[in-house]
Design a protein around this ligand. Structure first.
Ligand code: UT7
Length: 336
C-alpha cells in the first residue's frame, strides 16, 4: 500500500463584491491604468468595505462553501489553520473565531503568520497532521483583508492589494495523490523590506505611531521584486528537480499573485509556457495569503486525479517556498 499523504479533497473561496478599478485609484493617487497594468498585471481588486466585517468573515464564508461542496458538517473538522497577516485582532486567533462561526466544535486551531507564503506554510504544516495519522480532516485557509492595512495615499502599495479568502480540506489518501513534497525558506535579515511596524510589542499603538503612519504596510518594491524573482523561480525549480520533474510533467503552476513579471520569470525557470500558469492577478490583485487557494478555486474544473501541480510563493519576512501536489479528485464536478 502507498504511504498516507495529505490530499486536497475540496476547495472553497470568498471574494467581496466591491470592485476597485485602476480608474478608481487614479482618483486617489498620482497613477495611471497604463502604469499599473504594465508594471503589475493588475486591472482591479475586491475590497471588503463593511467596517463590521473582517478576515474571519471571509474565511468563514470560504469554509462554508467548502463544507457544502464536500458534503460534510463542521463538526467533522479536526483542525483549522488560518494563514493571515490581517487577523481580526492580535488574539484570540482568527482560527478560534472561524471555528465558532462554523460550529466546528470538535476542532482545534491556530493562525500562521508568514505573509504571502502563509498558505503554503499552513498547507505544509497541516499535511503533517494527516500523514502522522493524528487527524483525518484538516482545514487550511488563506485569508486577508489587506484594505485594513493599506495606505491609500501611498501609490507604491495601494495599487497592489485586494481582499479575499480561499481554503482547502486535507484528508488522507493512499493512492499516491496528495502533497508529495515541499521546500520552505525564511530570511529574516530582509525583514524591513516588507513590514508593518506599528501595533506590535516593539511599537505599541500610540499617538506617535499613528502620526508616523506605522499601522500601514510598507514595502520597498524594487528590493522585494528582485528577491521574489530569485526566490520564487529558484524554489519552484528546486522542488521540480528534487522530484525528477520537467516542464512537460507539470499540468499547472499555481503562483503567488504579486506581479505578473515575477510569475513570468518563475514559469521560464520551470520550463513551462504561460498557458500552464494559473493567473487571476488582473481581477483580484495581491490578496496575500489568499492568492493560491483563489487560483485553485478558479481552475478547479480543470483539475483531475494525478495532475502534477506546483504551488509557489514569496513574501514578507522574507518567506518563500514551493509545494509539489498530485491532484486527488475530479474538479470538473465542482468548478465553474
Ligand atoms: O506579495 C509580497 C511580495 N511582493 C512583491 O512581490 C512585490 C514586488 N515588487 C513589485 O512588484 C514592484 O516593485 C512594484 C510593482 C511594487 C513597483 O514596480 P517597479 O517596476 O519596481 O517600480 P519602481 O518602484 O522602481 O518605481 C518606478 C517609478 C518610480 O518613479 P521614478 O523614481 O522613476 O520617477 C516610482 O515613483 O514608478 C513610480 N511609481 C509609480 N508611478 C505611477 C511607483 N508607483 C507608481 C504608481 N503609479 N502606482
Amino acid at each position: 500500500m502507498e504511504q498516507v499523504r495529505a490530499a486536497i479533497t475540496a476547495i472553497g473561496h470568498f471574494l467581496p463584491e466591491d470592485v476597485v478599478t485602476n480608474a478608481d485609484l487614479e482618483k486617489l493617487v498620482e497613477t495611471s491604468d497604463e502604469w499599473i497594468q504594465s508594471r503589475t498585471g493588475i486591472k482591479e481588486r475586491r475590497i471588503l468595505r463593511d467596517p463590521e466585517k473582517a478576515t474571519s468573515y471571509m474565511a468563514t464564508k470560504a469554509a462554508e462553501e467548502m463544507l457544502q461542496k464536500r458534503g460534510i458538517s463542521a463538526e467533522e473538522l479536526d483542525l483549522i489553520i488560518i494563514a493571515t497577516v490581517t487577523p481580526d485582532m492580535f488574539f484570540p486567533a482568527t482560527a478560534c473565531l472561524v471555528a465558532a462561526n462554523l460550529g466546528a466544535t470538535n476542532a482545534w486551531g491556530y493562525d500562521v503568520s508568514a505573509a504571502c507564503s502563509g498558505f503554503l506554510f499552513a498547507l505544509s504544516t497541516g499535511a503533517r497532521f494527516i500523514e502522522s495519522g493524528k487527524h483525518t480532516k484538516v482545514l487550511i485557509i488563506g485569508a486577508d483583508k489587506m484594505s485594513s492595512i493599506v495606505d491609500y495615499t501611498d501609490r507604491t502599495t495601494c495599487i497592489l492589494f485586494g481582499d479575499g479568502a480561499g481554503c482547502v480540506l486535507l484528508e488522507p489518501d493512499s493512492t499516491g495523490n496528495g502533497v508529495i513534497d515541499s521546500i520552505e525558506h525564511v530570511d529574516g535579515s530582509q525583514w524591513a523590506a516588507l513590514r508593518m511596524l506599528g501595533g506590535g510589542s516593539l511599537h505599541p499603538p500610540s499617538a506617535e505611531t499613528l502620526e508616523k503612519r506605522l499601522h500601514y504596510l510598507h514595502q520597498e518594491g524594487p528590493s522585494v521584486f528582485k528577491h521574489a524573482v530569485k526566490g520564487m523561480a529558484g524554489v519552484a525549480g528546486d522542488v521540480m528537480e528534487k522530484n525528477g520533474l520537467t516542464g512537460d510533467d507539470i499540468k499547472f503552476l499555481v503562483p503567488h499573485q504579486a506581479n505578473l513579471r515575477i510569475i513570468d520569470a518563475t514559469a521560464r525557470r520551470m520550463g513551462i509556457t504561460m498557458d500552464k500558469v494559473m493567473l487571476n492577478i488582473e481581477r483580484y490583485g495581491n490578496t496575500t495569503a489568499a492568492t493560491l487557494p483563489l487560483c485553485l478555486s478558479d481552475w478547479e474544473s480543470d483539475l483531475f486525479p494525478g495532475d502534477n501541480i506546483i504551488l509557489a510563493a514569496f513574501g514578507g519576512g522574507f518567506t518563500w517556498g514551493a509545494s509539489y501536489v498530485k491532484w486527488a479528485y475530479d474538479g470538473s464536478k465542482f468548478g465553474a
